[in-house]
Design a protein around this ligand. Structure first.
Ligand SMILES: [Zn+2]
Length: 90
């Protein structure tokens, strides 16, 4: 099999669509390789898998924020800080 992913010229790494063996693909800047177009959202240059990872991190941050607000309401700001640290290390 021809591993073209190691030789990506500037043109192909920036092209929105590259036809590889009759399949429409796009170069993923996050993985440094080509994926099928179905892996991408719209004109994004990184695949959904990577974007999902970003979203996961964002959800975690949101959860921390919610926890912070919750603890602030119950007036335990010091113990809430400990809780946050525990959550981060998971
Ligand atoms: Zn990718």
């Amino acid at each position: 099999m021809y591993h073209f992913k190691h030789r990506v010229c500037e043109f192909h790494s920036k092209a929105p669509v590259v036809i590889v063996s009759g399949v429409s693909k796009r170069f993923c800047q996050q993985c440094s390789r080509f994926h099928e177009l179905s892996e991408f959202d719209d004109v994004k240059r990184s695949c959904r898998k990577r974007l999902a990872g970003h979203n996961e991190r964002r959800r975690k941050a949101l959860r921390l924020q919610l926890m912070k607000n919750h603890c602030r309401k119950s007036g335990e700001s010091k113990s809430s800080k400990k809780l946050q640290q525990t959550d981060l290390s998971i």
